[in-house]
Design a protein around this ligand. Structure first.
Ligand SMILES: *Cc1c(COP(=O)(O)O)cnc(C)c1O
Length: 385
């Protein structure tokens, strides 16, 4: 019985259909067990949670692979763990990694402070021009890494020219698509080799689990799994069970994040107290046309610059009632943070301004509350500024 390709909502809930005997629990059973009975003298695969083969770990890995259109996937105990292992899977001592300059602060530090000890050189490129990437290639370049959409300017990158470059040069293309999720953007369909997520964010969606994930070809994911067995970034089974629950609503949550994102961005664009709005769904955004071409939704992340800089931003933050001041993103609740003191704290004020993130910049992760309530909360806080 072939029902044709199933939609993302159906696949987010069911994965691929497998026959279930009568009496099977409808909700997944939590196997909160580090180890499993093993046949005496048997050669079958050892089941052990650090290997990523606990049933709860397997269930969410299959579901993510299905959503990404990947042969295989693997969850890890954090997004950083996923990024570290994915890179170690494709890089060797003496290799050069070419990275977008617009990446998560922790990843930037991983590259600059840690990769050197493995003899891996990393250089950074302003990512919006394919030519800049090409110019920065070296003889020993082995992989390209980028994030799209980026934090906090929500720049959207065109990965197809980069995928073509990687193909001709024999390089691996790794893409962190945490902000998009497979609902809004599936990098593998555009030629990426590995897609990486901080599953702490939208994939789990409830701000109560720390996790990461990688998806790609069977052989690449097997190498990531081999490394995870040795370096130890496995996900706890209960965390996997919570992500299983979270991922069931991924498509419907993302549809709501997309709608609220656009509504709040359009409202912000009309406020005289807001100097600039960064949201790929607005025609004023530099990547609006590209976003229309490659994204299925603009997402729930939004950047704004208040007139009045840091003092105005701090007054505004103190006055918010529904919107919570906290780092991180992708949960059901709306959060706001200042790149000045979080992701871009290691830069000087001038360097931040140079990067297009002036002090007073606020980054919102719009949650699933009623958009009207979020707008009313922002309006009353803005009135007090
Ligand atoms: C949060 C985040 C990470 C790091 O993920 P953790 O789960 O916190 O380890 C990496 N990339 C992006 C884009 C993120 O937002």
């Amino acid at each position: 019985m072939d029902h044709g390709p199933l939609g993302l909502s159906t696949r987010a809930i069911h994965g691929s259909f497998e026959p279930r005997p009568d009496g099977t629990p409808v909700a997944p059973v939590l196997a909160q067990s580090a180890t499993f009975t093993h046949p005496v003298g048997g050669t079958r695969e050892t089941l052990y949670a650090r290997y990523g083969n606990n049933p709860n770990q397997i269930a969410i890995a299959r579901r993510l692979a299905n959503l990404e259109g990947a042969e295989s996937a693997l969850f890890t105990s954090s997004g950083m763990g996923a990024i570290a292992l994915a890179h170690l899977a494709v890089l060797r001592p003496g290799d050069h990694l070419l990275s977008s300059a617009w990446i998560y602060g922790g990843v930037h530090r991983l590259f600059t402070q840690e990769f050197g000890r493995f003899g891996i050189e990393v250089t950074f490129v302003q990512p919006t021009q394919a030519r800049a990437w090409k110019r920065a290639l070296r003889k020993n370049t082995r992989a390209l890494f980028l994030e799209s959409p980026t934090n906090p300017l929500l720049r959207v990158l065109d990965i197809e020219p980069l995928a073509a470059l990687c193909k001709t040069e024999g390089l691996a293309l790794l893409v962190d698509a945490t902000f998009a999720t497979p609902v809004n953007f599936r990098p593998l369909e555009h030629g990426a080799d590995i897609v990486i997520h901080s599953a702490t964010k939208y994939l789990n969606g409830h701000s109560d689990v720390l996790a990461g994930a990688v998806a790609g070809s069977e052989s690449l994911i097997e190498e990531v799994r081999r490394l995870m067995k040795l370096w130890g970034q496995a996900l706890d089974p209960f965390a996997a069970w919570l992500i299983d629950r979270g991922m069931r609503t991924l498509a419907v949550r993302m549809a709501r994040h997309n709608a609220t994102g656009l509504a709040v961005a359009e409202w912000c664009a009309r406020q005289p107290g807001i100097a600039a709005v960064h949201y790929p769904g607005l025609p004023s955004h530099p990547d609006h046309d590209l976003a229309n071409r490659v994204l299925n939704g603009y997402g729930g992340m939004l950047g704004i610059e208040l007139v009045g800089g840091v003092p105005a931003a701090e007054r505004f933050l103190r006055a918010l009632r529904i919107v919570t001041h906290a780092p991180s993103l992708g949960g059901v609740e709306t959060l706001v943070s200042e790149p000045r003191v979080t992701s871009h704290a290691s830069l000087s004020a001038d360097e931040r301004a140079e990067a297009g993130i002036p002090d007073g910049f606020l980054r919102f992760s719009l949650g699933l509350e009623d958009a009207d309530d979020l707008i009313a909360d922002m309006a009353q806080a803005l009135a007090g500024v």
